[in-house]
Design a protein around this ligand. Structure first.
Ligand code: MG
Length: 203
């Protein structure tokens, strides 16, 4: 399986990062070794001094497809989860300055803590999915899927033009504003609507 991540998908986050806006979704990949499941702790890596959380809605592809048309994209997923796109912001800054790929900043081991998946039909408002992240009990990110610049269906159509999607692939759909650093001892808790989905201790 592969993990596809969308960058710059919420206008307020684009602004906080001083990033340019894009005509098409920007995406990058994390390897399967980035997965961190079942609320296991996240071990702060020694090669970074500035690890950030990015709270994101994630979808799981449940049918193989390529060149998927946007109008049919919703046939390719039926469940949603909560994920953290853990980012070594200091390494990412260096990559950006050098025009280098982002993998060491985004694809390192355990950089993708992901919750269980729940059926979209379990949500109260699937048209505008509310999600939030608490750090040590305080809300630090709060998003609504309607604020995505590129919808999930648009993302699937765009990505599948270049990369075949396979059953089990995961797509991180981007983060709203409020990203920030973690330190050892912090507890991150992710929510979709009022459901607690994920709890990660930084160790
Ligand atoms: Mg992200």
């Amino acid at each position: 399986m592969k993990i596809i991540c969308i960058g710059r998908n919420y206008a307020d986050h684009v602004k906080e990062m001083n990033s340019p806006e894009n005509e098409d979704p920007v995406f990058f990949l994390k390897p399967d070794t980035a997965l961190l499941l079942r609320n296991r702790p996240f071990y702060y890596p020694d090669y970074s001094n500035n690890i950030h959380y990015e709270a994101e809605l994630v979808i799981r592809i449940d049918r193989n497809g390529k060149h998927i048309r946007e109008a049919f994209a919703n046939d390719y997923y039926s469940e949603i989860g909560f994920g953290l796109d853990m980012t070594a912001r200091d390494l990412q800054q260096k990559c950006k300055q050098n025009g280098a790929p982002w993998e060491i900043a985004k694809g390192f081991d355990s950089s993708a803590p992901i919750s269980r998946f729940i059926p979209l039909t379990d949500l109260k408002n699937v048209e505008n999915i509310e999600f939030s992240l608490k750090k040590n009990g305080e809300v630090v990110q709060h998003g609504f899927s309607k604020d995505m610049i590129f919808s999930v269906d648009r993302i699937i159509a765009h990505v599948s033009k270049y990369i075949t999607l396979k059953m089990g692939d995961i797509i991180f759909t981007g983060t709203p504003s409020g990203v920030g650093p973690v330190k050892i001892g912090d507890r991150l808790e992710g929510f979709i609507e009022d459901k607690k989905m994920l709890s990660t201790l930084i160790k």
